[in-house]
Write a protein that binds this ligand. Sequence first.
Ligand code: NAD
Length: 436
Amino acid sequence: MDLKAPEGKLGVLIPGLGAVSTTFIAGVNAIIKGQTAPIGSLTQMGTIRLGKRTENRIPKIKDFIPLADLKDLVFGAWDIFEDDAYRAATKAQVLTPQDLEQARSTLEAVKPMKAVFDQNYVKNLDGPHKKSAANKMMLAEMLMDDIKAFRKTNQTSREVMVWCASTEVYIEAAEVHSTLEKLEHGMLNNDPLIAPSMIYAYAALKSGVPFFNGAPNLTVDIPALIELANQTGLPIAGKDFKTGQTLIKTILAPGLKSRMLGVEGWFSTNILGNRDGEVLDDPSSFKTKEVSKKGALDYIFQPDMYPELYKDLYHKVRINYYPPRGDAKEGWDNIDIFGWMGYKMQIKVDFLCRDSILAAPIVLDLVLFADLALRHNMKGIQEWLSFYFKSPMVAPELYPEHDIFIQLTKLKNTLRWMAGEELITHLGNEYYDDYE
Ligand SMILES: NC(=O)c1ccc[n+]([C@@H]2O[C@H](COP(=O)([O-])OP(=O)(O)OC[C@H]3O[C@@H](n4cnc5c(N)ncnc54)[C@H](O)[C@@H]3O)[C@@H](O)[C@H]2O)c1
């Protein structure tokens, strides 16, 4: 693969100007100005080993692979509230007033476009800044016009879209999602199984823009939109940024399994008080999140292959809306494990985390990797980016890989493969040949 350096500006189109997206934009601004290091971002701080360990070739990922420069990012967004990113960030209360002041002009410049929104899909939320049209196809066309206007105003050479809007109600893939033709027909007929996020994804893919999904909604994870991505040669990925509790879960669980320790129970509970928490207080949005959060352990522990260790695992996930905490979430995990001769042990984790602080660098990495994939014609599902998602999209015949260490190896090997470097297997017996 011929890796070319990007040219021109990269448009970052974001449905949802809330806690995550405004924290992301403010952070990028602070990094550009040298006020902070890009902590949490693999593309900016991570390194990649090339060749043998004795070669000492360990560049930073961003020096090895041609990624867009942060100075070339231009932001656009949609929201159901008219607040610009500065006001939205002030309300989200993730960052201190001092940090917000430093990013003020950048944030104030991001004024949201009218959203495609329907309260039937996010029960605990409504706002005035919305598009209206006779059918869902017309709404998609209005979004496509927004993208064209954004491109013209900002003179971008390419764009990516990352969904940072609220979690929608739980929808299962159905007939209307099965082919592009059926989806388009459904959009014309206002089929209720077509959620607003699907309309954004359709508009992006029709406009030559990759679509990555940071929420657990089905959205682009349906055959119709996978078909459209393959047809238009565009990358897609999702779902649900892997932050907080699930991040810890996919760090701990592979470790327990690697030592063949049994797990009979994993109880996870959270309190959070931001708008995301309020949306998730509605059972139908919570169901979408619950399905996304619960998948990881089943795939990591493979109870069918290890019935003595994991067959009876009782896994429970709760999220409770608790306003006093705002964006500073507390996630507790109680893990009941057992070891040699069946003796029981317990692990307790109490993670006092900041959701949007964990999510923002993921948005940055996904923006840069979506653009990398776009420039190198990597179409369809980008499974190598599973590393960033709670519920990774994969080809229909595959199970998703949740183990974060396998995910990282996969990501780095994909970068090596793109650059024509040898893949690293960690076999390493060549270092010992001389001892024979
Ligand atoms: N913060 C994390 O750690 C994390 C992790 C994984 C996933 N997520 C997901 O990311 C999303 C954003 O999280 P957040 O904390 O920023 O939430 P938030 O509530 O602060 O922001 C979401 C914004 O989206 C807007 N919105 C809702 N529906 C919209 C639509 N159809 N079009 C345009 N705008 C719309 C809302 O008005 C709100 O401003 C949520 O779906 C959340 O579940 C967050």
